[in-house]
Design a protein around this ligand. Structure first.
Ligand code: MSP
Length: 475
């Protein structure tokens, strides 16, 4: 046991539609990292949740002909059953519509910004993109439309509260440059540093309340609600009880790692640190910024017909197969691609023929030739593996595991224990025992990545019995 702690957060997801594979990527790599730290004996805390105070939800509910609350309850059930339980081992699922858990902390944070003199009111005119939940500029548009969402932004003129982000530019820059706030990978760090060197502008932090408004009223001014990003970012501390019962906050803040996608870098690496500095709170230690998942080299879209539904993949191949593909074949630092064909090929090659076949071969030999189970012990993770995991290079950690899997395969072919047991039983059995030991060592490394499979393998080793087929080959 160590007294180290590891607090990790995912972004909170917009619940205006079901989750897609991109979201599954964020939660999967997050879960792998948390499980890895938990296995080192660290005290971990894993937060995920949903970003509910948004016009997107109001619009989606309207289209479905239900109230926002009814709509949300249905979607959240989908979130939880699909991704989060049981294999995404989160400790808390925060919903920002939760007036008891989330709102007091968001209100307290706002008040701290007011006390710091960083909130002011201003007449504002701009182009608002509901898809982004943000104001965008004329130069972002293509043919008058937001290129990411394909819709024209609304021209809005209104009075808003603003946060004096500009004032904190230099301090944020220093924290990033000194490495106090780490941004991984370097490409994203450079991207944000170049933005900071141009100077940050103040940001809109509230919207006027309308009949369809959802969200937290601005303290002292009921005519305004907090802008979605201001209310959303604070979830990382309200979930720990900031503003109500802060035992968890004291234990786990500052967070060790915020896992985010590249599209929300600016919010996390500029606005969030600015808010925390203004409120006098410690900054996150690190941000891991991953890329986007594409299919056939293109952004997944309904019109292109290349959307891959995670529900379908999970039903057809199982949780561990989906975890494996995402963790091994998509780098956490760049965009990555998946198609149904690439998924099937990888599944057959690496899981059915690779790990599955190897386990079956070894445990068939053990079951037939060894009188009792091999006593396996915990072996410390090799440096190559732990270095990769510590650098968040999950894909490299997996490459390493699979190199040991193929080395073990070769060892069986070279030593041919199935023949040897007939001519020299003692030597044959000794080799089979070695094979089981190596399989157990590999299995231990797999635990945070493929938790179900890893459990099946170790149980089979302990029972000295070939397990049911781990991964059935797909045609
Ligand atoms: N609600 C905000 C986050 C607030 S955090 C205080 C949000 N939600 S989201 O549902 O749109 O996106 C959640 C995460 O999914 C983001 O990290 C985003 O980058 C990620 N992804 C969305 N599409 C993705 C892919 N196609 N590929 C990989 N991740 C992607 O933004």
């Amino acid at each position: 046991m160590t007294d180290k702690k590891f607090y990790l957060t995912t972004p909170i997801f917009y619940p205006n539609a079901k989750l897609h594979l991109g979201h599954a990527y964020t939660t999967t790599i997050s879960d792998i990292l948390v499980r890895y730290h938990r296995l080192q004996g660290e005290k971990t805390y894993f937060l995920t949740g949903s970003d509910e105070n948004t016009q997107k939800v109001v619009q989606a509910a309207k289209a479905a002909g239900v109230t926002p609350t009814e709509f949300l309850d249905g979607i959240i059930r989908n979130f939880k059953t699909l991704f989060y339980s049981p294999n995404i081992s989160y400790d808390q699922f925060i919903r920002t519509s939760d007036e008891e858990a989330h709102w007091p902390g968001a209100v307290l944070l706002w008040k701290k910004l007011v006390e710091a003199g960083d909130i002011y009111k201003k007449e504002y005119e701009g182009l608002y993109c509901v898809g982004h939940e943000a104001f965008i500029t004329e130069k972002d548009l293509v043919d008058g439309k937001c290129p990411d969402h394909g819709s024209a932004p609304e021209k809005i003129q209104e009075e808003n509260y603003f946060f004096k982000l500009s004032r904190h530019t230099q301090a944020i820059k220093e924290k990033i440059e000194s490495g106090e706030l780490q941004i991984i990978p370097d490409t994203r760090r450079n991207e944000i540093l170049s933005l900071l060197s141009q100077g940050l502008e103040d940001v809109s932090f509230s919207r006027p309340r309308t009949d369809s408004s959802v969200g937290i009223p601005v303290p002292g001014d009921d005519s305004q609600v907090m802008y979605v990003w201001c209310d959303a970012l604070s979830n990382y501390i309200t979930a720990l009880g900031y503003g109500r019962d802060d035992a968890l906050y004291k234990e786990f803040w500052p967070v060790n790692l915020h896992v985010i996608g590249k599209d929300i870098l600016r919010f996390h690496a500029a606005i969030w640190p600015g808010v925390l500095l203004s409120a006098g709170l410690p900054l996150p230690k690190a941000l891991l910024v991953h890329g986007f998942i594409t299919s056939g080299g293109k952004k997944m879209s309904k019109t292109l017909g290349n959307v891959i539904d995670p529900e379908e993949l999970l039903a057809e191949y199982g949780t561990d197969a989906v975890r494996y593909y995402l963790a091994r074949h998509i780098s956490p630092f760049e965009d990555g691609d998946i198609t149904r064909e690439s998924f099937k090929d990888v599944y057959n090659a690496d899981l059915a023929n690779g790990l599955g076949n190897l386990t079956a071969r070894i445990l068939q030999l053990a079951q037939t030739h060894l009188e009792k189970p091999v006593a396996v012990e915990m072996t410390p993770a090799p440096k190559k593996f732990s270095d990769a995991m510590d650098r968040f290079e999950i894909h490299k950690a997996l490459e390493y595991i699979w190199s040991r899997i193929s080395a073990l395969d070769h060892k069986i072919t070279e030593t041919a224990p199935f023949k040897l047991v007939k001519t020299d039983p003692e030597k044959g059995k000794a080799i089979i025992t070695e094979l089981v030991h190596e399989l157990a060592a590999i299995d231990l490394l797999l635990e945070p990545i493929l938790p179900e499979t890893s459990k099946k393998i170790i149980e089979a080793i302990v029972a000295n019995k070939k397990p049911e087929t781990l991964f059935t080959r797909k045609q």
